[in-house]
Design a protein around this ligand. Sequence first.
Ligand code: SF4
Length: 244
Amino acid sequence: MRQHSLYEGVVSENGPVLLPTFAGLSQFSAVDYPGHLCAVLYTQGCPCRCRYCHNPSLQQGRGPSVMSWPSIMEWLATRKGLLDAVAFCGGEPTVHKSLLLAMRQVRTLGFKVALHTSGLYPYNFANMLPFLDWVGFDVKAPFARYLDVTRVPGSGCKVKESLERMLFSKVAYEIRTTVHNAILNSADLVTMARDLQNIGVSRWVLQRFNKAGCADLELVASYAPIDDDLVDRLRVYVPNILVR
Ligand code: SF4
């Protein structure tokens, strides 16, 4: 690994462009894009400070890069026919406007493109949407309570805007929420279910809190799984709910 700046230069058809560097590469995943085999690239940097984050090392804006972008492209070229797609994760990938160029280059190799995002950057996200085949979209809280979870002022409005843009685009997606009883109570979840129904979402994944990598020991100690009765109440608003 080498330490260097957050961005590195590549030459596009329009001249030199600075791409984000990548903090991690998983060469094979069967779970980051449903029904597809993909490589996963992890970007560095996220403005949120969610207590349940299991990748806190990716929150800071700078960190080690596993490979240069040309090396990643060279490696991806050897994976043609073996992988279906490349998934971009973080951190928060959409903090990097120039990630769009990486997505376009990946498509030239014939791969589909998946994105995992918390939707905090609606403008950057909207520009990426035409180049995406699937989006894993985190809805973290009732929009009015976002600050409590992300610690980013105004994040609820931005996420709502991204969500509306994504639904309008007709891209394939999954909406998911990490459920921890110390962060979201039953009233919060009912509010979210109503919000999602109003916005046109019919399928919702409730993710059990995963203690792996979580630095908040209080959260780890206080976790109690969501009960089935509450899930049934949420299904009144969003019929298709999966708990995993
Ligand atoms: S948005 Fe994701 S990467 Fe950022 S702090 Fe929250 S859980 Fe971690």
